[in-house]
Design a protein around this ligand. Structure first.
Ligand code: AP5
Length: 219
């Protein structure tokens, strides 16, 4: 099963993708996580990407497209994948269509998580990420400063500072919202009201995705 998960910053893409990964046994491919991994390792790509990410801007399409194609060709993608945070521009969307056709990996399901802007701001200002294992939590759900999974220190992502969040929302409206329209024209999209509690979003997703076949070989 190959799923493209679209949504604004803070709509819950990462939270839901982690659950879908367990449910369907397919990799969760987050361009944001890959880029943060590159930054943590101090690679050249990471050094370049950090400048755009910390400012709330998008990393250039050519860097992202090369990175995604390399990831989709990894052996663990044979049974499928969940794309989170990609595509984010019309150039990336057309790049995905061209690439999947060329490498023989069809998109099975497109999902849009819809959420209002005030919910986004509230969620992102409360998000905390574990510096060690990258588990994502929210101060609203857990008052502790330690990761509930590994005990590591919880930190605020640099791009979750309020000023940067406002910039990310503007970038989303200008560059990513048009991608939703492109997908709606091309696929019968699953649209989920994502302001509901996480469990309700997961259940709505599960019901919608269950109508797709889940062949063992992901074809
Ligand atoms: P990326 O990491 O992709 O960030 P994003 O898309 O802005 O999304 P977020 O990670 O902020 O939110 P999310 O939707 O995953 O929500 P989450 O589940 O964490 O990208 C970061 C940057 O990298 C970009 O700005 C850009 O610079 C660069 N980049 C990445 N991909 C790129 C690309 N393709 N092209 C160019 N540049 C790219 O949830 C948020 C919080 O809410 C958490 O605290 C969570 O616990 C909580 N929560 C989740 N669901 C619920 C719920 N239902 N109810 C209540 N709380 C909830």
């Amino acid at each position: 099963m190959r799923i493209v998960l679209l949504g604004a910053p803070g709509s819950g893409k990462g939270t839901q993708a982690a659950l879908l990964k367990e449910m369907y046994g397919i990799p969760h491919i987050s361009t944001g996580d890959i880029l943060r991994g590159e930054i943590a390792q101090g690679t050249e790509l990471g050094r370049k990407a950090a400048v755009w990410m910390n400012a709330g801007a998008l990393v250039p399409d050519e860097l992202i497209l090369g990175m995604i194609e390399a990831r989709l060709l990894q052996p663990d993608t044979k049974r499928g994948w969940i794309l989170d945070g990609f595509p984010r521009t019309l150039v990336q969307a057309h790049g995905l269509f061209e690439m999947t056709e060329r490498i023989g990996q069809r998109v099975d399901a497109g999902v849009i998580l819809n959420v209002d802007e005030d919910v986004i701001v509230e969620r992102l200002s409360g998000r905390r990420t574990c510096g060690q294992c990258q588990t994502v939590t929210n101060v609203r759900d857990s008052a502790t400063e330690s990761c509930p999974v590994c005990g590591g220190r919880l930190v605020l992502r640099p791009d979750d500072e309020p000023e940067v969040v406002r910039r990310r929302i503007r970038v989303f409206e200008d560059q990513t919202r048009p991608v939703f329209e492109l997908f709606r024209r091309r696929y019968e999209m699953i649209e989920i009201e994502a302001s509901q509690p996480p469990e309700a979003v997961t259940e709505a997703l599960r019901k919608s995705l269950d109508r797709y076949d889940h062949p063992e070989d992901g074809s």
